[in-house]
Every structure is written in structure tokens, then in C-alpha cells.
Design a protein around this ligand. Structure first.
Ligand SMILES: [Zn+2]
Length: 234
């Protein structure tokens, strides 16, 4: 039915002309084939390029505190930059598709990696129940879902949970932040993660204290290997 296809695509073009999809970064019209972020903005995103760098600057934040295989982060978090705006939209404006999209984009660089490519399951850093209810979704889960699709592995949300609401972290030193987050996560069933290589996923890595607390909670009950991925790092 070639005629219908022609009318279909003509209608599609007409709709696009009246209601163009806009780039979530620069607000310019997206061209055919582009989704969510235009090619120009996508190429401009500041990448960390540290997936293959063992002992990188982020991994060092875990040394002596938590036993991790590898740590990596996709983008550099710069204030008032596109990266900050994208993460704010993902976290506070309900734009979940940004997390899924960037998760997929980042995962495409990880699938062939010797360490990250061997991951068995993705675990997003959990939100506390009250925060989840308020926001309606977990932004780290969105990133994890995008990654899982490309990497062909499952996401486990629920085994690791946040037992205590995150205490306020402002005006605290790195050590105090770390002390402050100890014991706020719990693992329900250690046997689920036994022998697995887990990829912990979060939106932004700053001091690493939240992720360290997650690693400790998983380690306490299982012998899993753990690597860490964040969408951005400050
Ligand atoms: Zn753009």
C-alpha cells in the first residue's frame, strides 16, 4: 500500500512542521533522524573518556573505603552547562527520557569494554520511599534502563534499598559526608547478587559517599564484584 505510506509520511512532515520536536539542550528544531538532543549539542557534550583508565581520579575516591572493580563516569558536570541543565531536567522536571537516552548513548561506549562489558546486572542507586513517592520515579533507574537495553542485561531495582532518608549533606566535609551515609542502604537478599558483577548506576558522582555506602551494603551480604557508573562527575 504505497499510497498510504506516502500520505502517512506527508502527514508526519506536516505535524513536524506545526509541532516541531525541539532539542532539549538548545531548543532548536530537531532534524529528521535526531531524537531529543541535536547532533550539534550531542557532539559538544564534555566526555570524561575514562572507561579504560584503571585507577582514574574517580576510582581513587573509593580507595580505602570500598572495594570496587572499576569506576567510570560519562560526562563532566560543569555548573550552568548543558550537562547540568540536562540532569536538572531529568531529576526535577520529569524528563525521564533524557536519562534513558543518555544511558543508551553511554552504554554504547561500554559494551566492548573488558570490565564494563562483563557486567551481569545493573543496580540503580535507590531513592528513599518518601522521595520516590514525591518524584514519582528514580532518575538513576531511567539511566539504568537505557544502559540495560544496549548492554542486553537486566536491571535489579528493589534488592538494594534505602533504609534511611538521606541526611542533609550541605556544609559537611568529605569525611563527615561519608560517615553520614554509612548504613543508609540495605540489601534484602545477598544470594541474588552472589557471584555476580554488578554495575551500580547513579546520576552524578561528587564525593562518592552515597555510592560507597551502596557498595558497603551489597558487600555486607554478598560476594558480588561491583563496578560504578555515573552519568556525570563533578
Ligand atoms: Zn541542540
Amino acid at each position: 500500500m504505497p499510497k498510504r505510506t506516502t500520505i502517512g509520511s506527508w502527514l508526519e512532515d506536516l505535524v513536524a512542521l506545526c509541532f516541531p520536536d525541539l532539542c532539549v539542550c538548545c531548543n532548536n528544531n530537531l532534524y529528521r533522524g535526531e531524537t531529543l538532543i541535536c547532533m550539534k549539542c550531542l557532539h559538544r557534550l564534555p566526555k570524561n573518556d575514562m572507561h579504560y583508565e584503571k585507577g582514574n581520579i574517580l576510582e581513587k575516591k573509593f580507595w580505602g573505603k570500598a572495594d570496587v572493580e572499576r569506576v567510570t563516569s560519562f560526562l563532566r558536570y560543569i555548573k550552568k552547562s548543558d550537562v547540568q541543565r540536562l540532569i536538572n531536567k531529568l531529576k526535577y522536571k520529569g524528563e525521564k527520557e533524557i536519562g534513558i537516552f543518555l544511558g543508551k548513548y553511554a552504554a554504547a561506549e561500554l559494551v566492548d569494554n573488558d570490565v564494563f562489558g562483563s557486567v551481569d546486572v545493573i543496580v540503580p542507586v535507590p531513592l528513599h520511599k518518601s522521595k520516590y513517592r514525591k518524584r514519582g520515579y528514580n532518575q538513576s533507574r531511567c539511566i539504568a534502563d537505557g544502559m540495560a537495553e544496549i548492554m542486553g542485561i537486566p536491571v535489579d531495582e528493589g534488592n538494594l534499598y534505602r533504609a534511611v532518608e538521606n541526611p542533609t549533606q550541605t556544609r559537611k566535609s568529605t569525611y563527615e559526608r561519608w560517615e553520614n551515609t554509612k548504613g543508609i542502604f540495605e540489601l534484602t537478599d545477598g544470594s541474588i547478587f552472589d557471584g555476580k558483577h554488578i554495575l551500580l548506576v547513579d546520576d552524578v558522582l561528587t564525593t562518592g559517599s552515597t555510592l560507597i555506602a551502596c557498595v558497603e551494603a551489597i558487600r555486607e551480604k554478598s560476594n558480588a564484584k561491583i563496578s560504578v557508573f555515573t552519568l556525570a562527575s563533578a
